[in-house]
Design a protein. Structure first.
Ligand code: SF4
Length: 302
């Protein structure tokens, strides 16, 4: 995929479907946002200064090299009295790249859960191929996440502006961002290995997999490699990963690990359940004193 524009800067239009604006707000936290936007001719964005109004954009008179779509697709939804389907058809056909930002635009997400019969992503309805832009799927890049990490969108827009190829996985997510599991890079990995569980949220010690519902070993994303606000991640702050980048998000009981006779229903991706149980049994037979105490002792040395 490469940019078809022969102008100095590619034009970018950001449209919204059914959304909470979370991806827009996340994007505003990108540290190099002004430099990134300088690479584009921003024609429309719901919050950022742009050269066109929404009413001009829905009249379909603007060129569009990159179409960014935030939110779930609802076939009954209109923008300025124009159906979303017409807008997506028009701009989707003209754009060289289409980016679905967030899990709603990628798979339906939270708003699919609120209207399951109607709402979907651009080319997926959860993990099924379906959606208004299916015929244009080769142009679509999904950046799932609830919300999208600002750096993931920054990376994607920078690559497009620089005419660089973005390889994607079967769900059309960039391989560079979604090949790892959220488990990779978590500071709690040693607790996971020795099966030392966190007993509550917000603690520095313990793994959140068994008692708190952490989905990181089953979730593709780079949250523990590319930190949020350059500082942290859910698991680093003591909150379990919700698996928000996967097509089955949101699930029920986000803070609960489903078990059957004390055995987790889901085990880390690619690991046979039998192997997981064997390793767990061995690890639990040992007590590593260093991992069972507080990481930072409140007592001061005499
Ligand atoms: S808290 Fe989650 S990401 Fe961290 S080690 Fe445990 S399972 Fe993996």
């Amino acid at each position: 995929m490469h940019c078809a524009s022969d102008r100095d800067r590619p034009t970018l239009i950001w449209l919204q479907g059914v959304t909470c604006n979370g991806n827009t707000h996340s994007f505003l936290n990108l540290p190099y946002l002004p430099q990134l936007l300088a690479k584009y001719d921003l024609l429309y964005h719901p919050l950022l200064p742009a050269s066109s109004t929404l009413s001009e954009v829905v009249q379909c008179k603007r060129p569009c090299d990159v179409l960014v779509f935030e939110g779930a697709y609802d076939p009954l939804m209109k923008r300025h009295e124009v159906l979303l389907s017409e807008l997506l058809d028009y701009y989707g056909m003209r754009a060289g790249h289409i980016i679905g930002v967030g899990s709603c635009a990628s798979f339906g997400g939270m708003f699919k859960a609120s209207a399951p019969q109607r709402n979907s992503g651009l080319i997926f309805d959860e993990s099924e191929s379906s959606g208004p832009l299916l015929a244009l799927k080769n142009k679509v890049i999904n950046l799932s996440g609830c919300p999208v990490h600002p750096e993931w969108l920054g990376y994607t827009l920078s690559m497009i502006a620089d005419n660089k190829e973005i390889k994607v996985d079967t769900l059309h997510r960039p391989l560079e961002l979604y090949s790892h599991l959220v488990h990779h890079g978590c500071t709690r990995n040693e607790y996971f290995e020795w099966k030392v569980d966190a007993k509550a949220f917000g603690l520095k010690e313990g793994c959140l997999f068994y008692l708190q519902g952490c989905r990181a070993p089953m979730t593709h994303a780079s949250c523990n490699r590319i930190l949020w606000n350059d500082v942290s991640s859910k698991t680093r702050s003591g909150t379990p990963c919700f698996g928000c980048t996967e097509p089955d998000f949101p699930r029920n009981d986000l803070f609960h690990t489903k078990t059957n006779m004390s055995i987790p229903e889901d085990v880390p991706l690619g690991v046979p359940k039998r192997s997981y149980l064997t390793i767990t049994g061995i690890a639990k037979a040992f007590h590593i004193e260093r991992l069972e105490g507080k990481l930072i002792d409140d007592k001061t040395a005499d």
